[in-house]
Ligand binder design. Sequence first.
Ligand code: ATR
Length: 272
Amino acid sequence: APLAGVIGLPIVHSRSPRLHTHWLKRYLIDGHYIPMPVMPENLAEVLRALPRLGFVGINVTIPHKEAVLTLADVVTDRAALIGAANTLIFRPDGKIHADNTDGYGFIANLRQSAPDWTPDHGPAAVIGAGGAARAVVASLLDSGVGELRITNRTRVRSEQIRSEFGARVIVYDWAQAGNMLEGSATVVNATSLGMQGKQPLRIPLDALSPDALVTDLVYTPLITPFLAEAQARGCRTVDGLGMLLHQAAPGFERWFGHRPVIDDETRRIVLE
Ligand code: ATR
């Protein structure tokens, strides 16, 4: 039976094993998906050993998403641009192929959750400039958004994104985050603020149009204070769980040969 899994540290909180195991059962596939805690100093050795143990690929999470790029034989353009990989394929010829499906998952979830959303509705506004934000920025630009506004507490990180991703990116100061929302059609929280046990994301929403689609990458809780506030202003919102589910689908298909469906049952299983 083919093996896949996820490496990270810590790894116990990962929802991926539940998700992939559900799909394996649902599609009657004889395979296994295993969570594996891996320390940074063991990463290279682990990547060499896994194919020999019968692994066809793995997901990669914190703190290994950047380091695997230097150890892979083939890196997709989008993984290189984002600067991180979340999906590895161990090819039969022994080569390690590294991809980043986070941005794909972000857009696929938007398209499934808000079918009438299109990138040409207007500017997109991204709050945050960390690893997750880079994937969101790459995918929004790729999908054809004409103007991408970005703000981050640490301004240099958004300026770095502008210098790498080009002139469609417009940097706003963290203190101007509220102004950034004016005229924005798509608004994304890509910071970790709003997560259970953390402070909520607090930016003035007075300029936010009720026509804007507002989404959050945080999914614990599903309705973050930021999404609740946007809803109160009449905005349609999309929660972050869908991105987690959609980013997992390409890996599952490559490893196990079946494109998984993402529906309410999938959401329920992962939340249980
Ligand atoms: P991830 O890979 O999940 O994006 P990250 O690269 O550590 O993780 O990025 C976390 C994001 O949340 C960053 O945009 C970070 O802002 P900084 O770049 O200024 O650190 C943002 N963030 C985390 N805690 C924050 C806080 N208390 N206030 C404002 N932004 C915060």
